[in-house]
Design a protein around this ligand. Sequence first.
Ligand code: ADP
Ligand code: ZN
Length: 818
Amino acid sequence: MEYFIEVLLPIPLERNFTYSVTPGQFGILQPGMRVAIPFGKAKLYTGLVVSLHHSPPVAYEAREVYQVLDETPLVGELQLRLWKWIASYYMCTLGEVFRTAVPGAFLLESETRVVRNPDVAEDGDSLTEEEALVMEALEHQGVLKVSQISELTDRKNVLPLLHRLLRKGAIDLQEALREDYQPKKARFVRLHPTYESDPALERLLESLTRAPKQTQVILQLFQLQQGRDKPVRSREMEDRAGTSRSVIRAMIDKGILQEYELQQDRISYGGPAETGEPAALNEEQEEALASVRQAFGQGKPVLLHGVTSSGKTEVYHHLIRECLDRGKQVLYLVPEIALTAQLTHRLQALFGARVAVFHSRQSQQERAELWQHVQRGGEKAAVILGARSALFLPFARLGLVIVDEEHENSYKQFDPAPRYHARDAAIMLASMAGAPVVLGSATPSVETYYNAQKGKFGYARMQRRFGGVLLPEIELVDLSQAYRKKQMKGHFSQRLREGISLALQEGRQVILFQNRRGYAPVVECLSCGHSPGCPHCDVTLTFHQGLQQLRCHYCGYHRALEARCQACGNATLDTKGFGTEQVEEELKELFPGATSARMDLDTTRGKYAFERIIEQFEAREVDILVGTQMVTKGLDFGNVGLVGIMNADSLLNFPHFRAHERCFQLLTQVAGRAGRTAPRGKVLIQTYNPHHQILKQVSTGDYQGMFGEQLYEREQFRYPPVVRLIKITLRHREWGRVEEGASWFAKSLRMLFDREVLGPEFPPVARIRNQYHKQILLKIPPGQSLPKTKNSIKRIEQSFDAISRFRSIRVIYNVDYI
Ligand code: ADP
Ligand code: ZN
């Protein structure tokens, strides 16, 4: 008898490949285990066994596997089922899901690039001779491909050797992001050690009876220290004590207090010990929790619709506690890595070392370790907090799924395939695992609210902020009037400048939101009107002042800013529009006494960059935080008195059926960062359209109004949630080819789906990285079978591919395009 296995490769192939194995291997192999296999001429891949059988392949001679890599399956049955659902629902191959789902450290292949791990000190003794040889080669060469290491060691089976080195932490994969910032020192304050004993302290307090300010400072210090094992920053102390810096300085000079420095990122938070119980809920929160439980009982996903700062996170804490008590695991999804920093601290304070974070900025090895913890289902990773890819972890006993900020677009992966929606995939995962799901938001997506209205989802509502704190007061500032009356300084209206001054005077912080990064999105010649564009994409280049560069935000192309216009040669280049960098620059001029920080893609590339900015802001070392959308998403700062939106118009005028929904969500969310705990916060929105309906709805917090209007429009113009959408994009280097191919494709679709086909159309940016794009939108009305529709599309694609001049055109599907 012959022995074969079906192997899934982590590449976009329509089919699995059959390999032959020895009877011995056949005896130990199970689906979900990895094997090292040859592929093509000289390639080495890590593949996944999907089944075992005895029938040789018909079209080709089965090759032998090099090696079995696992003793137990790496991927369980539940994961495979989820992968299959994702591949079929989102119209991609299983191999693409495999590649996305599994950490790179598990998928070594001939092209993988390996480097020495710079964080680990050399410990040559623990290495075998062969391992040491690889390390030495890496030292000389810097980077080596797996195929090169294979030659070097003269071994086909180099993967186990590399896995050992990965486990020992000696090597890493090159794509892993490096920690690229210099640790910053921060100042902290504590009572001088001589007063640590109770009698000494008593004597000190007695001696200070006639110095009430100093006594006050000591009491404040104790208060700050209470219930946390985090050191107290000097800055925090100055703010809270309500006393001037000079009093604290004097006490330091007298030796009562001591100031010291710590490296900021080395501060430890909440020890590994389990420390607390979730906070007692108020009445509204209790009611919401009861509704959530009720929906769980009915087996429905439930929408927790609570205004910003109503305590959704506190409600989750109770659900998590119950789930852990049942010995099960929690998946807690957030849309943005930035959010994990704050939430980790909150969760660790309650659940200690059971909390683990998973996201794409971790090294491949860290991710691989977490994978194994989750699979074992032990204590260590019982609560997984992560961005969208965390849903691929091999949960041993999933008991609860939380999707926080469920309305966020970043839950949908755009590129590459699988173009999945993490919220929807998480709902599917939960239903496969028999676990309940809660979706949380202050501004639910129209489709989720629609599902709740139709009774498909459960619904729980919280209308009030915790602790009787009022929602911020929102004021619209008319920019055209401000310009007419000459009240602008840079991009700041007088109203906004006053607002900032007032907040700063009151010792409160400010967040400013601008939807673009860089200094200015357009550079234009005043003489001839020429604007430098990207040579590879159809966009203008953004000016970055700090770098003195023009950069393309689509492909990364950049060059130094030229002194003269490249078209007419005059030195008359000027900028148009503005980004976060310019806002920060103007701030420095307008408020020289205030410290500011910027949070956008440019300032958050390093591994701990988010954490650093958030910590500085929390510790009030920064007065004003300027940022892009990153500042809108669920951050919880206690001391923000004012949120300013520099310009709301680009959000309003965005050409997309969701533009108004998104504008409402974004502005409501960023507004929600104001006055979360302290006195009522204030929001100023600068706009040329102060009478726009959406802005009114934002300023009155009228979610229902927004929903009703949007739903009406979606019904009129037939967009989700009334129909489903599949976006089909065709891509090729030649404009004419895309043009012709797209017309052909659209015509074929129309023969079947008639009026439900929109386009083809060039998107606003039609060329990216020298590839032209053209899009077709297909609407799928309720009642029309989704699987059948997809099959028809696939058949059209087959005929398309049969036409030789179309064969090189890439066809990309985006199911549930958002
Ligand atoms: P949301 O997630 O809805 O934005 P949070 O859960 O972050 O709201 O709550 C806002 C603030 O109020 C947080 O600082 C939180 O600790 C506090 N808070 C909310 N509910 C309670 C409660 N029941 N007991 C104590 N503090 C609470
Ligand atoms: Zn470009």
